[in-house]
Write a protein of this length. Structure first.
Length: 646
């Protein structure tokens, strides 16, 4: 940063456009920054992107005695000397800080020396600044100490000790936010040369009477096992195995209740609405289609509860460390694991998370691999198909067969992502300067309930938003395609359809619909996989969102047997061709579908984000074609092998 900018920073009390005071929250990863942000903003935070890039931008409105304050949670970084796009964003925001009224710098008290080096860089912005000192309780527990008042005098700015999970600390921080213009602005900026910063940091530490904490013996003992090359890896896989067992066992009863509720609503709509087409629209498009996806909300919520608990406890950092060895086999590093792990929620944040990677080639290879990680959008599809393949309750003691298959699909996706990264790393080239990889292992902690709640709420809200927007629109279009053109009574009678048999009328309309024409047109492509035209329509519709595949089959099943769509789906049979009369969902076909959904890139939103990240349509189109071909090939192999075995 230039000296001119540092000396002529924005005036104290600067406000964002519209008159709202704006403050940035900065700090290193694992310093408690996000916990503070969640505590201040609660469920009033919103997520967006920085202009022109896809790095996540989190903002929240905090009500204070001085009026509303917008707090922006900047990406975590250890330094303002950026080597990755994520770090470039933080540096750029502080360089062009004209709309910021102040900075909140979060410093981990147990890592004060490193934190002060970051403070020295942040102070160059010349903005009113307050240092938020977190994990003071842990510092004391481990025999360390610091004098916050002495630290404040030495730095020339307010230092506020906060225990992130306690409401008292959050309220004290809220009080300070009421008037950032009262925060101190450095009179004399810290040095910028590395050797001078080291001396400056030492003088501050001495003045603050800081005593470094002893090593965390509890964390050390746990890491001795959890980071062991053999036992740690074994525990990691056992943890993931239990993870997916839990998703099926715990969520199944809740899923059943939701399914029953939507079935009852569908029946009520058919009886209460006298107009046949309108009753079909409400029952089949809205309730069966959307309800068929909403029924998987318990699995989505449970998935993110477990992920949040693992992250909040500090275990995910250990998983990244363990997987660094695996990443290296693909020519990547541990940071790539964090990006791929983010893809378990959705490939979009996973692709966005590649901006933490300093190497452009690593970013591209990771981006191409991210869609192969099993995202939450696949979860409804997997649950539906596994339920058709294996009856509930089948297993060996506490081990459920359904959970075992789900675990296998996640492992297959992860292994395929690694193979894809290895392949693309060699396609784009391996040359380049090796850049530093720094990853901190936080102490093991109990996850904060509020943080877990907010994480799960954000995930469920995003899922519900998707259901009520993209999926709802797509199911309405699908209903139209499945029911148009409308058939007259004369045409139905001429075809020998009993006009008083509503199921027969619906079946005839479905078989002669626009969707049927589309499904049969692509039949030569998917027939070797065992799909019929109804499955083909589901596969095509899943390009809007993978969950729409479930909604499509929900509409088809509800049309066949409105009272028991699950049984209707299981008994669905081929209507024509060499397989006429045979069941559609045989083990080979279900296996082919499962494998196809592991590989095929059926998410247009992912392609759009990949295009924004790479700046060209070349790589998204290559990914779509490449994964489509791989998906078909692997599905054909699965269909053939399972067909031989059964």
């Amino acid at each position: 940063m230039s000296a001119d900018h540092c000396g002529g920073g924005p005036p104290a009390g600067a406000v964002a456009p519209g008159g709202t005071t704006r403050v940035a929250l900065v700090g290193s990863p694992n310093a408690g920054k996000t916990t503070l942000f969640n505590g201040l903003t609660g469920l009033r935070a919103k997520t967006g992107n920085y202009p022109g890039v896809t790095v996540a931008r989190y903002e929240g409105l905090v009500e204070t005695a001085g009026g509303p304050v917008v707090v922006e949670d900047l990406p975590g970084t250890y330094s303002l000397d950026p080597i990755s796009p994520d770090e470039e964003i933080v540096a750029a925001v502080l360089q062009e800080a004209g709309s910021l009224a102040g900075l909140l710098v979060v410093v981990d008290a147990t890592n004060l020396r490193r934190g002060l080096g970051f403070v020295a860089q942040v102070q160059q912005a010349g903005l009113p600044t307050t240092v938020v000192l977190t994990f003071v309780d842990e510092l004391l527990r481990r025999g360390g100490r610091v004098d916050p008042e002495a630290l404040s005098r030495a730095l020339g700015m307010t230092v506020l000790p906060v225990v992130a999970g306690e409401r008292r600390g959050v309220e004290a921080l809220r009080d300070i936010l009421a008037d950032p213009s009262q925060w101190a602005t450095p009179v004399l900026l810290p040095p910028t040369q590395p050797e001078d910063v080291v001396a400056w940091t030492q003088s501050i530490i001495t003045a603050a009477r800081f005593v470094a904490p002893r090593p965390d013996s509890r964390t050390g003992r746990l890491d001795g096992v959890l980071l062991h090359p053999l036992w740690g890896t074994l525990i990691f896989f056992l943890t993931m195995f239990a993870f997916f067992q839990t998703i099926f066992v715990v969520a199944a009863p809740l899923q059943g209740w939701i399914e029953q509720a939507f079935a009852w609503l569908g029946e009520w709509a058919r009886e209460a609405i006298p107009i046949r087409w309108l009753a079909s629209f409400v029952a089949d498009a809205l309730l069966a289609g959307v309800g068929g996806v909403l029924v998987f909300l318990p699995q989505i919520a449970l998935l993110f509860i477990l992920i949040s608990l693992l992250e909040g406890s500090g275990y995910l950092s250990r998983a990244a460390y363990l997987m660094d060895r695996v990443m290296s086999t693909a020519g990547l590093e541990g940071r790539a694991f964090v990006a791929l792990l983010s893809s378990l929620a959705c490939a979009i944040p996973g692709i966005m998370a590649t901006r933490t990677l300093p190497s452009a080639k690593d970013r591209l290879a990771t981006m191409m691999a991210a869609p192969l990680m099993t995202c939450s959008a696949r979860l409804p599809v997997y649950v539906l198909l596994i339920g058709l393949l294996v009856p509930p309750g089948l297993g060996w003691g506490p081990v459920q067969a359904q959970g075992l298959i789900m675990f296998g699909l996640y492992v297959l996706g992860a292994a395929s992502a690694m193979a894809s990264a290895w392949f693309w790393k060699r396609v784009v080239g391996r040359s380049g300067v090796a850049l530093p990889f720094y990853m901190e292992m936080p102490s093991y902690r109990l996850p904060q309930p509020r943080t877990v709640l907010i994480s799960v709420w954000d995930a469920c809200r995003a899922f519900l938003r998707k259901v009520t927007s993209i999926i709802l629109l797509t199911t309405v279009v699908l209903w139209a395609l499945l029911n148009l053109p409308m058939r007259s009574a004369e045409e139905l009678s001429a075809a020998g359809v009993d006009l008083h048999d509503e199921v027969a009328v619906t079946a005839y309309t479905l078989d002669h619909s626009a969707a049927a024409a589309i499904g049969r047109a692509v039949q030569p492509v998917f027939e070797p996989l065992g799909f019929d035209w109804r499955v083909n329509v589901g596969v095509i519709s899943s390009l809007a969102a993978r969950e729409v595949f479930v909604a499509t089959l929900g509409q088809v099943a509800a049309a066949s047997d409105p009272e028991n769509p699950a049984s209707a789906l299981a008994e669905l049979r081929h209507q024509d061709g060499p397989r006429a009369g045979e069941k559609v969902f045989t083990p080979p076909t279900i296996a082919a579908l499962l494998v196809f959904f592991v590989y095929a890139l059926q998410c247009m939103s992912t392609l759009a984000v990949m295009r924004r990240e790479t700046g060209t349509w070349r790589w998204p189109l290559i990914a779509f074609a490449h994964l489509g071909a791989v998906g078909w090939t692997m599905a054909f192999l699965a269909h053939t092998i399972v067909g031989v075995l059964t």
